[in-house]
Design a protein around this ligand. Structure first.
Ligand code: FNR
Length: 187
């Protein structure tokens, strides 16, 4: 069993990104166990706060990241990049210097958009940051989900058959990707 921390890039209520995150456990192989790592309460990264008692949400976040065997990011695209809240979370997890919570973990990237391009620019900006923090992102299959507003029913369930198939295949590949890496010592 691999513990997968799910990080959603959108903070808004009713985010399509969060709906997609909720759809994943049902589509994943049984070897993946998901838990949410929230980013909305993280104070903006400021090195002055990096004392012996940093902000409690930073500590909670770093512990959750450390406890994960892998991290799966699901993000919208903001101005052809990732939302600032997600970049802040990546920065918070990367410090203090030399004690990054991300270091060496496997990761996956899913982007989505109500538009036709599926948030591809955000996914690639995110991959650039993952390189910097030594999160090892699964290269393939890629997952850019377009026209996301049309994929869910009124109750928020992912009803689009093609997307369900795509996510099922992605998660199967992600489970195989995770097997290449050692399990977190905190699992
Ligand atoms: C957007 N949106 C957007 N969409 C896109 O495909 N490319 C982009 O560059 C942007 N830029 C952007 C900037 C900002 C500040 C906002 C608020 C929105 C639209 C975005 O994809 C849309 O609002 C999604 O619904 C956001 O995802 P969630 O919150 O539904 O998960």
């Amino acid at each position: 069993m691999a513990k997968v921390g799910l990080i959603v890039g959108s903070l808004r209520n009713g985010a399509f990104t969060r709906l997609m995150a909720r759809a994943l456990p049902e589509l994943a192989p049984p070897s993946l166990q998901f838990f949410a790592i929230e980013i909305g309460d993280l104070p903006l990264y400021n090195e002055d706060l990096e004392t012996d008692s940093p902000p409690a949400p930073w500590t909670r976040f770093r512990q959750q990241v450390r406890s994960a065997d892998g991290i799966l990011f699901i993000t919208p695209e903001y101005n052809r990049s990732i939302p600032g809240a997600l970049k802040n979370a990546l920065d918070v997890g990367s410090r203090p210097w030399g004690r990054s919570a991300w270091d060496g973990k496997p990761a996956g990237v899913i982007s989505q958009s109500p538009g036709a391009l599926g948030g591809m620019a955000a996914a690639h900006h995110l991959r650039q940051v993952l390189l910097a923090v030594n999160l090892v992102a699964m290269p393939h299959p890629e997952a850019y989900i377009p026209v996301v507003a049309t994929l869910f029913d009124d109750s928020g369930r992912l009803q689009n058959a093609q997307t369900r198939e795509l996510m099922t295949a992605f998660l199967l590949a992600f489970a195989t990707w995770l097997e290449r890496f050692p399990r977190s010592s905190l699992s």
